[in-house]
Each structure stands twice: as C-alpha cells, then as structure tokens.
Design a protein around this ligand. Structure first.
Ligand code: DLL
Length: 431
C-alpha cells in the first residue's frame, strides 16, 4: 500500500476523520461559495447543524446543471490567484464543465493516483505508459502526476498513434499501461497483427477506466496482453481518475474515503439507500480546496460494498458502473450527450430536429454514426449542397465533441417518431 495509515485505517477512526473534514467543507462552502450559501440557507441549514456523519443527508444535492449555471468559475471556493490548474469535460450542450485545483489539490490527487498505481503492483522501477489523453481531459495528467509521485518512470505518450505506442512499449520496457479498456483491446489486436509479443513482454498490469467495460473484456485483455487488468474510476467534477480503484482482489473499486464520502441514492426519490443496493452514486468531497462539491449526483449506477477486503484496505468498494441515469454515452473514451449533437443540428439549420445516433464497435473501435433528416427543400436540392451540409456537420460535430462521426443524411420523415420519449440512441456495442 502506498499509504497504509490511510488506506487501512480502522473504520471508526475513518468515520471520525470524515466527520471532521465534512464539517470543515460545509463551513468552507457556506462562507465562500454564494451558490452553496443560498442552497444551505434555503434548506435552513447552518454549518453548525452538522453534528455527525449521518447529517450528510441533510445537505442539498449538486447536479451537473448547477455547474453549467455557474460556468466557468462560479463554484470555486478560493480566489482565482490560488488556482494552479483547470480541467474540463463535456457539458450537455456547447459549454464544458470546468473544474479547478489548488497546488494542494494537485498534490492530493497525485497521492491518490500513487495509491492506485501501487494497487496495480507499481512502484519505483516501473515504467508507466500513460496513453490517456493529455489536455483538458483529466486522464492523462491525472495518471501522470500520480505515477511520478510513486517514483515510477512515466511515458507521457497520450492517446493515439498506435504504432508508436507499441514501439515504445517494447523499447522502453513498459510494465504498466494506462488507457481506456477499448484502446487497450485495440493495442492488443494491433500487436498481434504486427507479430509483436506483448504477452511475454515486461507488461504486467493495466489501469483501465474512463468508460464502462465488462468481465469479458477483462478476460480478453488479461489474455491478450498477459497482464492483470484493473478498473479505475473517476469523474472530473469530483477530481478525475482515482476516485476509486480496484486492488489485486479484483472485487470492486476501493473508494478513497479520506477524500470522498460516497452514497447510493434512489435516482427517482433522492433517498439514500443502504450498502448493497443498486442506485445512483453520489459523492461529497471532503479534502478539496478549489472545487469542493456537496452530494454531487454522478448519474452513474453502481452498488457499494462494505464487506472486508482481503487486501486489508478498509475503504468501501463500488461495483463496476452498470449504467447511467441519463443518456450520456462514452464513445472512444469521450463523453457524448445527444443534446450536444442536437444543438449542432439546430445551429446549422437545413436539417430537421430528428436524428438518431447509432453506436457500434467494430473490432475494438467505437464508431458513431449520426443519422440526420434533412429538410424537404434541402432534399430536393443538388447533390453538391447535400455534400456540403454533410461536410459541415461532420466538421462541427468533430470540433464540439472531439471525435469524428459518420454523417448519414436521410430523407424527411424516415427516422421513426416516438409517442413518448424520443429514442435518440441505438447502442449496438457488446462489452
Ligand atoms: O473519465 C476520468 C477518468 C480518467 C477515469 C481516466 C478513469 C480513467 P470524465 O471525462 O469526467 O472523467 O467522465 C466521467 O466516465 O461519470 C463515468 O460515467 C465514466 N467512467 C469513468 N471511469 C469509469 C469506469 C473521467 N472505470 C464519467 N467504468 C463517469 C465505467 C467510467 N465508467
């Protein structure tokens, strides 16, 4: 363990620590974030009302829309002068969700990732290839700083450029690979096709996350790469990767409870549910300075488990994410909301507001096809105009989403209408 004092702390002591940190967090946001001052007042809560950990349930929820309403920096709890970094992830429409970090936040995050890489058997002497994207996405830089903190050697290669990934993996003796599970499958396939033997290489573990995957994929990855494949979870709003991570037992992801208090709630009623029930994951950050959040609704569906883990860590575990309560898709590791595509269509015009997103996985790569109905007038126009429209849509979607999509323009009234909720997504992927 990277930090046994924290990771294996007796639960009673951990609860006490959480309570103290929660109190401090509530006080902090009440005094420094007008959004929370108002929210807490509305509920008639003063920081002094938090008298035990159970009082967590008195606190208001925070949802993604709140982040949008306070775009870009309105929820920061400290002056911008103290913010040393920002990251961002897709919003439901054009504007991203922005998060900030103080130097202490960055240091704390590195510590949590160091714990994660240690869970994968990493340490000084390991070569960690970080093939998550670097940039506004939290994956690349998140893993990077943590692996460095652990004393490992980092290859900051970022995503893509598969041939180069495979070359460096062999030449530099990569022992731990960090990327999305679907990209790992692709790397395994490409290696096989190019006669590269990764199974007998130095590669021993994979830290895979940022998108849903299954036990089947785990088996395939472990066999195809000759490694132990471990699941890492996180979301930018709460910090980024490292909110939770699987240990060698591979029996759920330990949540870093000295930083985050997890809850499972009924997504319909918002009522907290006991351990073992399936519901929406909610996190309260208790050790963050720049961007603390109370009871953030992740929209991820999971189950919390408090049974003892053989590894000796006392942190509760969450099961792999089983779905979402909203329509967010993750395509090639990128979060995509159908509403983002809808707003592109509306902005461009010449199309009807009827569309369908068809997602498929060919080999190990996700493909997104956007079916769009064009207007009657447009449809009777010349081919050249349709081609121009298609090009424009492809370009706009790529620049907003950051991934490419195939555009299929269809005749008016061909996309099935629905009487209730419109069905915008056909996801044919089998994980
Ligand atoms: O995906 C952070 C991350 C980077 C996690 C690298 C792991 C590794 P966002 O882009 O904000 O942050 O997307 C967060 O991705 O709410 C989940 O729906 C999904 N997600 C993340 N990890 C997993 C996982 C990063 N292991 C959203 N399994 C979350 C399933 C995951 N879904």
């Amino acid at each position: 363990m990277f930090n046994p004092e924290m990771e294996a702390m007796p639960r009673e002591q951990l609860r006490q620590l959480q309570f103290e940190r929660l109190k401090k967090t509530v006080e902090g946001v009440y005094n420094n974030v007008p959004f929370y001052t108002e929210k807490l007042r509305e509920k008639g809560i003063e920081p002094g009302d938090i008298k035990s950990l159970d009082d967590l349930k008195l606190l208001p929820f925070t949802v993604k829309q709140d982040l949008r309403d306070n775009y870009p920096f309105g929820l920061f709890a400290i002056p911008m002068d103290d913010v040393v970094r920002v990251h961002a992830s897709s919003g439901t429409t054009g504007k991203p969700t922005v998060v900030g970090y103080t130097q202490n936040d960055i240091d704390g995050w590195a510590e949590l990732i160091a714990r994660c890489v240690a869970m994968a058997g990493g340490g000084k002497g390991d070569v960690v290839q970080v093939a998550y994207g670097y940039g506004l996405f939290t994956g690349g830089l998140g893993l990077h700083y943590g692996a460095e903190r652990l004393g490992a050697t980092v290859i900051p290669i970022s995503g893509g450029n598969t041939k180069r990934q495979l070359m460096l993996m062999q030449d530099f003796g990569t022992s731990i690979l960090c990327c999305t599970p679907s990209y790992a499958l692709f790397l395994a396939e490409e290696a096989r096709e190019n006669g590269i033997d990764l199974v007998n290489s130095k590669l021993k573990a994979g830290i895979f996350g940022a998108e849903p995957w299954s036990e089947n994929m785990r088996k395939e990855l472990e066999k195809g790469l000759g490694i132990k494949a471990l699941n890492i979870y996180g979301l930018s709003e709460i910090m980024g990767p490292g909110v939770s991570m699987e240990c060698e037992c591979q029996c759920g992801m330990h949540i870093m409870e000295d930083y985050f208090i997890p809850e499972i709630i009924d997504p319909e009623t918002g009522e907290p549910l006991p351990y073992g029930s399936k519901g929406e994951l909610v996190f309260t950050t208790i050790s963050k300075e720049a961007f603390p959040l109370l009871r953030y609704r992740t929209r991820d569906i999971s189950v919390l488990r408090e049974e003892k883990c053989e590894c000796g860590r006392t942190f509760v575990r969450m099961e792999r994410v089983m779905g979402r309560t909203d329509d967010m898709l993750i395509i090639r590791g990128v979060n995509v909301f159908p509403s983002q595509i809808e707003s592109v269509l509306l902005d461009i015009g010449d199309t009807e507001p009827h569309y369908l997103l068809v997602v498929d996985r060919q080999g190990s790569l996700d493909n997104l096809e956007v079916w769009v109905e064009v207007s009657e007038k447009m449809f009777s126009d010349e081919i050249r105009k349709l081609e121009e429209l298609e090009k424009k849509l492809r370009h706009e979607i790529a620049s907003i989403l950051g991934i490419s999509a195939r555009i299929k323009l269809v005749e008016p009234k061909t996309i099935p209408r629905s009487e209730g909720k419109a069905k915008r997504v056909v996801d044919k992927r089998e994980l």
